[in-house]
Write a protein of this length. Structure first.
Length: 117
């Protein structure tokens, strides 16, 4: 479980959009990372656990997602200040946002792209 400010996620998405069409989400006991690697460039946004609202992670998990779908989710939820993410390696990510002054909630599930070996 990772709780992070949506502005931090948006910053990682903006940086990744010019580099690649996919984004890797990595969580470990020390923090959370968003990684995009293209043919000529790469972007890595690292957030230590001190910069996260909450982090519950016992081992490293990594999943790769299509950047266009991932960024679309954050464009539709403009009023939420934090997002709660539940993830596992090569599992869908569950994204939860509060809306209407915490009177409602939105939940998204996004399937990963499976990396070929």
């Amino acid at each position: 479980k990772i709780v992070v400010k949506t502005d931090e996620i948006r910053q990682g998405i903006r940086a990744s959009e010019s580099v690649s069409d996919h984004i890797a989400l990595v969580a470990n006991p020390e923090g959370f990372e968003m990684i995009s690697e293209g043919d000529t460039d790469s972007v890595n946004l690292k957030l230590g656990k001190d910069l996260l609202e909450e982090l519950k992670c016992k081992e490293e998990t990594r999943s790769l997602f299509p950047l266009d779908y991932f960024s679309s989710i954050f464009k539709t939820i403009s009023t939420a200040s934090v997002v709660t993410m539940h993830m596992g390696s090569d599992y869908p990510v569950k994204l939860e946002f509060s809306i209407a002054n915490e009177k409602g909630a939105v939940v998204y599930l996004l399937a990963p792209r499976i990396e070929s070996e």
